[in-house]
Write a protein that binds this ligand. Structure first.
Ligand SMILES: [Zn+2]
Length: 447
């Protein structure tokens, strides 16, 4: 503390409080608003004749309205504290603007603001709602910024790079109808994983999708309806799945995107227009969500990530099966295909079906009669004798049912019409399930 100038670096104003800070830099929330505004006006006026309007570490005790519109100089609010709401609506920043490490304790409003040069908000903290709808950024950096309220970027235009790495969107982020002309980096970002907050990425226009990166983010509550995501880069993205366990790992799982869960009423959100009404007749919902699944599948297939792509393939087929526009016969076939092989993604299901059905056919052979390696005739009427003999015979019948022609198997001679009848159907089902197993195995392991 030098005595006659402010303790804040480079500030020439006289000290105002005990810590030696001037009226602008004093942290006292009760400081005199009239003298503060007077000092602020002077500071801005001086900045306009210099290169930079320097409002570094200024503590704004009252609602701040950027009155001197359209600054043609560089502006810095680095480390500034806005104790009350800050309003920058429709302001045009002709030169760079710096909000690094600034703290907005209440709302921050930048509706229709124009950032014609770089806008750097790295490390800024937005405690209230942050509103940037219809703003226009030439080059936006929000690296490490934190949003405790909602982050509203609706219809926002990003003409240059948009850097959202390490951003914490605690209450969700709304990028709907925004346009990204160049790169977007959403890396190590913290997104809400609980309902109802979410990442709203609907109706977004991506002019250079290959420059759009989602890296190390959780998409539990993310929506991409009507946004073309087939070419964006996806690195270490965490996809939501329905009840993950070893059972779903073995039997096949679906990526359960947020919109899929809302559409199928597995998650309720009254903010969603399709929450009302019956799910069965929601044709556009099935089309839209199906389209999102298809694009993510294509994206993952292009990058040879076939296992993840498979989970999206299941979701895509589910949407087609449930869609009332799909022909009833085709829906029936899809249902069977989904049940038997998880739409070609599970080899465990058809394998188990093959063996289980063979046990059933085996039981039928016991009743209709057969000859095993030319041995005695095996044919049961109700009321079997010894349990051991019965089980041994059933095992013979089961083995015969697992290996129907054209597979090599035990020497099996049907006794009479009904054994042959079931034998034919046994062979048909075996062919179907063996094919499904092979198809799924190939899908999983060929690549
Ligand atoms: Zn000062």
């Amino acid at each position: 503390m030098s005595g006659n100038t402010c303790a804040s670096d480079g500030c020439l104003l006289s000290p105002y409080d005990r810590s030696g800070l001037c009226i602008l830099h004093s942290y006292d929330p009760e400081k005199d608003a009239t003298s503060f505004n007077k000092a602020l006006e002077d500071k801005i006026a001086r900045g306009k004749t210099a290169d930079t309007i320097d409002l570094k570490y200024v503590v704004f005790p009252v609602v701040f309205n950027w009155s001197s519109k359209d600054p043609r100089n560089t502006v810095t609010f680095q480390g500034a504290w806005f104790l009350e709401p800050a309003n920058f609506d429709a302001v045009v920043f002709f030169k760079e603007v710096d909000f690094r490490d600034a703290i907005f304790f209440e709302g921050a409003s930048f509706i229709k603001a124009q950032f014609l040069a770089k806008a750097n908000s790295s490390g800024a903290t937005f405690c209230g709602h942050a509103c940037f709808p219809e703003a226009n950024f030439a080059d936006a950096t929000f690296y490490g910024a934190g949003f405790s309220g909602t982050a509203n970027f609706r219809k926002t235009k990003f003409s240059g790079a948009a850097d959202f790495r390490r951003v914490d969107f605690g209450q969700g982020a709304d990028f709907s109808q925004s346009t990204f002309h160049s790169s977007l980096r959403l890396r190590h970002a913290i997104l809400p994983t609980r309902t109802p907050a979410r990442l709203n990425f609907r109706d977004v226009t991506l002019m250079e999708p290959a420059k759009v990166l989602f890296d190390t983010v959780d998409f539990a509550q993310a929506s991409f309806l009507r946004t073309d995501v087939s070419e964006v880069r996806l690195v270490d993205v965490k996809w939501p799945h329905e009840e993950e366990s070893w059972v779903t790992d073995v039997f096949g799982k679906t990526t359960a995107l947020y919109d899929y869960r809302v559409l199928l009423k597995k998650e309720c959100n009254r903010d969603e227009p399709w929450f009302e009404g019956r799910k069965r007749s929601n044709v556009s919902g099935f089309n839209l969500v199906g389209d999102t699944y298809r694009q993510f599948r294509m994206n993952l297939e292009d990058h040879r990530r076939h296992i993840e792509a498979g989970d999206f393939h299941v979701g895509e087929m589910e949407m087609r099966r449930l869609n009332p526009e799909t022909h009833l016969l085709y829906r029936g076939l899809l249902w069977l295909y989904g049940l038997a092989a998880n739409y070609g993604e599970s080899y465990v299901r058809p394998l188990i079906a093959w063996f289980a059905l063979a046990a059933l056919f085996g039981a039928l052979y016991l009743l209709t009669g057969f000859k095993w390696f030319g041995e005695k005739q095996i044919a049961y009427t109700f009321g079997p004798g010894s349990l051991g003999d019965f089980l041994a015979d059933w095992l013979r019948a089961w083995l015969s049912a697992i290996a129907t022609p054209p597979l090599p198997g035990p020497d099996f001679k049907p006794l009479g019409f009904w054994t042959s009848f079931w034998r034919v159907w046994n062979a048909v089902f075996n062919a179907a399930f063996i094919s499904l197993t092979l198809i799924a195995l190939r899908r999983r392991f060929k690549r």
